[in-house]
Design a binder for this molecule. Structure first.
Ligand code: T5A
Length: 219
């Protein structure tokens, strides 16, 4: 389990599902409730991991296999855990992370060809006991999610420096991602809660908060 007193919450989901928005909103609401909260993301979250993020998401990065990719995401994660996540949890903060280990399982495992054995070994070595207390999977229709991401691009409010290499993939790839996330959630129902990502940001935020309250007992 996570650190002595802090709670570790991860958000997962497909492209444009709204998980970054919801991670931000939950962090703000917890802060307001007086809970010290750290909002972070993967890939990234530490100076080294942010450098790895740029390499991973830059369309100009030369083609490389899913194993190389899984190792790079894991290298970034190892540093992120050491530099940011574990110290925050030890200090009693709640850590909210936009994507974490399930994204590697789904993108490099389900949707690519890295075996479960390799991913198990990476999780053991990199994550060890620092597993999330709660994972909120924001699930929604793939086309609707991609339309949200496209609308954001059209509006010029893209959060990233450049469109990433995963978003432009074919619809069947994104359907595979969705199935992968749902499958993981089904296999680990104590940790994972599936949240319906459709509807307004406010409506989804209420579902997210209610799930966090139920799972972690926010005072
Ligand atoms: N990856 C990551 C791996 O392959 N392996 C790994 O191990 C890890 C950790 C990261 C990429 O790396 C891959 C997965 C990803 O492809 P990223 O730049 O961090 O890339 O992008 P994503 O995590 O995919 O995040 P996105 O920003 O694309 O999507 P989100 O977080 O789902 O969406 P969000 O919240 O930014 O919202 C998208 C748009 O929709 C609007 C927002 O305002 C925004 O414009 N929106 C809504 N609109 C209407 N109704 C709602 N309810 C809305 N909620 C949000």
């Amino acid at each position: 389990m996570a650190g002595a007193s802090g709670k570790f919450i991860t958000f997962e989901g497909g492209e444009g599902s709204g998980k970054s928005t919801q991670a931000r909103r939950l962090a703000a609401r917890l802060q307001k409730a007086g809970i010290p909260t750290v909002l972070t993301r993967e890939p990234g979250g530490s100076p080294f991991a942010e450098r790895v993020r740029s390499l991973l998401l830059d369309p100009a990065t030369p083609a490389h296999g899913a194993l190389s990719e899984a190792l790079l995401f894991s290298a970034a994660r190892a540093d992120h855990l050491d530099v940011a996540i574990r110290p925050a949890l030890s200090a009693g903060a709640w850590v909210i992370c936009d994507r974490f280990m399930d994204s590697t399982r789904v993108y490099q495992g389900y949707a690519a060809d890295v075996s479960a054995d390799v991913l198990d070994a990476l999780e053991r070595a990199v994550i060890g006991a620092t597993r999330p207390d709660l994972t909120l999977l924001i699930d929604m229709d793939v086309k609707a999610g991609l339309a949200r991401a496209a609308a954001r691009r059209a509006a010029g409010t893209e959060k990233r420096e450049h469109p990433d290499r995963f978003e432009g993939r074919e619809l069947s790839f994104h359907e595979t991602l969705r199935r992968g996330f749902l499958d993981l959630a089904k296999k680990d129902p104590r940790r994972c809660v599936v949240i319906d990502g459709s509807g307004s940001e406010d409506a989804v935020a209420e579902r997210v908060y209610a799930a966090a309250e139920r799972a972690l007992g926010i005072a």
